[in-house]
Structures are given as structure tokens and as C-alpha cells.
Design a protein around this ligand. Sequence first.
Ligand code: NAD
Ligand code: UGA
Length: 454
Amino acid sequence: MVKICCIGAGYVGGPTMAVIALKCPHIEVAVVDISVPRINAWNSDQLPIYEPGLDEVVKQCRGKNLFFSTEVDKHVREADIVFVSVNTTESAARMIADVSVSDKIVVEKSTVPVKTAEAIEKILTHNSKGIKFQILSNPEFLAEGTAIKDLFNPDRVLIGGRETPEGFKAVQTLKEVYAHWVPEDQIITTNLWSAELSKLAANAFFAQRISSVNAMSALCEATGADVTQVGSHLLMLCRLCVKPLAQMSRKWAYAVGTDSRLGSKFLNSSVEFGGSCFQKDILNLVYICECNGLPENRFVSSMFNTVSNKKIAVLGFAFKKDTGDTRETPAIDVCKGLLGDRARLSIYDPQVTEDQIQRDLSMNKFEWEHPLHLQPMSPTTVKQVSVSWDAYEATKDAHGICILTEWDEFKNLDYKRIFDNMQKPAFVFDGRNIMDFEKLREIGFIVYSIGEPL
Ligand code: NAD
Ligand code: UGA
């Protein structure tokens, strides 16, 4: 029986290994972590992360061929394939080198700077006591909230390895694991660096696309254009930004382009784009933005004129729906902006605990990696924030509602009931464009949304 060990039982390690265990019953999968509470949660009925469909997958294999454990050294030592899915890849590599007594394939699952595999390789070979390690880069493309769906039906699986006979063999071994459920033509193999870079590039493209849409929606608000009506032009604009691709190989572009969210067209690199239109029209847009003096954080600055001492109900705190994850959630900035303007906040998110919200709002931006050293929230801020477990409670007596996460349940609330219990005039600011604005306006709300003139 092949044994797999995954270091790191987080958002990636947990779901990915659960799916491998489900799809490959002949493989024994151990997920290890230094965090005792996290492992205890994985072994309980209350898993440490919320992901639709995850409970069922874990229940089907836990205790059979899927194990969660804090015995890191033991499981690493016994494994044939070790996945590394942590934010501290190099220290994990050191530990693998220390405890190993047999040859292993080490799979870099974490998102890492390009050439990290080379650094890991050095660490492993310098400590290897004659043991042979093959390093693979197998970046993960799942998104939180749809992790199980993404893992069951990935657009592609990318495996990078050394271009040597041993490297090819290792790539083949990992390919055979995925081939249990992923069609072979969707398993792309590249060299190590292409795989590492493809992951960063894909994320940069997604971010660029969203930034483009966001920038365009700001312009729509300022000019009276409708963001949905200019959608096709937005898409075109996103595709124009091919310049960063200039140094990339065709295989690289293929690895990025196979993601159905990006599409495979317009990924050919060239010295630069030319012609009479692109440059002129982009400069034209920049000019219109400047003329409209678009503010950076328009969400906070444009809302309700003054919010001082008003109660604002915040619906949604997670960074997207179907997850309880709040790392880098835009809700933190928006809530802090509102608190800075002395609003009183009543926050409701179906999956985020009060403890987590209070912690996030009391942290400075880069402190979340070290939550133990946090300053407690100032007494004034504590008084300004309350957390509810019910949207109706959160919105009672509020002056306005801010929808900050696109949870489906927010679409189906009884907004007539909510309106009746709010202060008047009652505002809704839909930061995710999920609501039926006409219906809300019929009830009596004043509605603002992203991409609509204020
Ligand atoms: P996470 O913080 O949820 O999980 C990491 C886990 O590793 C934690 O439980 C931590 O206790 C454990 N850990 C850290 N050092 C360890 C060590 N030396 N030994 C054992 N356990 C250790 O992180 P994540 O969101 O799963 O992300 C992991 C990597 O995957 C990152 O590089 C991330 O960029 C990448 N990634 C994340 C996502 C996502 O949606 N979250 C998607 C694709 C890729
Ligand atoms: C993202 C990528 O989508 C994954 O492919 C990648 O594996 C992962 O990062 C990673 O490397 O960690 P994730 O951050 O979980 O996944 O979620 P996304 O769905 O990409 O959303 C990220 C943020 O962008 C969220 O705040 C979401 O609300 C926002 N978003 C997304 C938009 O504002 N508009 C969109 O059209 C899509």
C-alpha cells in the first residue's frame, strides 16, 4: 500500500487529502499538523473549517484510509509521498530531512516563490544520509467555499518535476494518484519552475481581472453607465494585459489558460501590444478616472453621508460565501472605516464566530500571522461592535445594512420584516450585487450597489 503523508491540516491539506483518500481507497493518507486543537477538530464532528461537502467526504474515509494526527515525525518517516501544505515550507523540509530513513517523493503543495523547490532540494540532499528525494511542485488551484467541487472536477492538475529519469518517474507516480479521478489529458506536467510560476501567475490574473472589474464599476458609478452592460468590454480589457506574459513559455501559458475562469485565448506573448487602439483607449479610461476623482475606498466614503453614532448592520464578514475564513476579508477594512467614522456596528455572518470578528477588528493589517501578540481592542471599539447570530437581530433598529459577503441566505431574508424594524430612511448598501434592487426599492429601502450611480 502506498502511503501518503501531508504536513499541514489547513484549508488545502485537509480537503485535498480527504479527496485523495476517497478516490484512492488503496492509498493510506495521514494528515499531520503541529496544532493539537486543529487535529482534534479534524477527528471530531465539528471540522475546523467549513466547506460544503467536506463533512461527507471525511466521514466516508476517516479511520479507514484517512487519518489526522499530531505524530508528525512518525507519519513523515513512514510515507512514500510527503505533501507539504504549510506556509513554512523550508522548515518543513528540514524536518523531513531529519526524520526520514527511506527514499521519498516530496510534493510542494503550498504556494511558494519561484525556485523554492530548488531551496528544498538543497536542504533535503544536504541532510539526506544517502536517502534519495525527488521534489515535485503540485500547486493547488482550489478556491475556498468550492474546495470539494474543485477537487472532484479540477480544470487541470499541474505537476512539475526535474527533467531527469528519476524526476519523470516521480512525476508519473503522482500522476497515477490523480489519474484515479482526473482525466489524463487534464494532468499537465512541466518542469519545476514552470509549475511554481504558473500558480502565482494564475492568481495574479484573477486578481487583475477582479481589479479591472472593480475599477470599471467605480467608473460606472461616476458616469451613470451600467456595469452589467459594459461587461463584455470589461472582459476584453482584462485580456489586453498580456505584457507580463512576455517572458513565459507556451507551456506556461497553457497551464494558466486551462483554468476555465480565465479562458485560453489572448495568452500569446509578444514584444508588446501595438495598433491604433489599445494604448489610446486605456489612456482614455485613465483620463476619465482622474477627471472623476475616484476615491480609493469608495465603499466607505460614499455611504450614508454621515454614519456617526448610527447603527449599521453588517451582513457577512467572511472573505467570500461558503467559508468561515476571514483572512484579508474586505469586511475588515470596511468595518474599520465605519468604526473610524464612529458608526455602531452589528455584524452577522453564518460561519464566522464573534471571537474571530473581534480579533480581526482589533488587529493591524499584518498581525494575523501572530494573533497571540495582539493588543486588546480599545474599550470604545468594543462598545461600537456587537455580533449577532441572526440577520433579523443584527438589522433591528439599524439605519443601514451593508452586505459584505454574498451568502445565498441573504437573498432570501424577509426584507419587509427587516424594513419594518429599521430606522427610517432605511439604507441598503449591497457590496456584492446580489440583491433584487427593484424589490428592495418597492419595500422602501434606499439602495446603493457596486457599479450603479449613487
Ligand atoms: P492554513 O493556515 O489553513 O494551514 C496550514 C497548516 O499548517 C496549519 O494548520 C498549521 O498549524 C500547519 N503547520 C504549519 N507549520 C507546520 C509544520 N512545520 N508542521 C506541521 N504543521 C504545520 O493554510 P492553507 O490555507 O491550507 O494554505 C497552505 C498553502 O496552500 C499556502 O501556501 C497557500 O498559499 C496555499 N493555497 C491555499 C489555498 C486556499 O484556498 N486557502 C488554495 C491554494 C493554495
Ligand atoms: C483563490 C483562487 O481562486 C484559487 O484558484 C487559488 O487556489 C486560491 O486563491 C489560492 O491560491 O489561495 P480563494 O481566495 O479561495 O481562491 O477565493 P476566490 O474565489 O478566488 O475569491 C477571492 C476574493 O475575490 C474573494 O474576496 C471574492 O469575493 C473576490 N472575488 C472573486 C470578486 O470580488 N469577484 C469575482 O468575480 C471573484
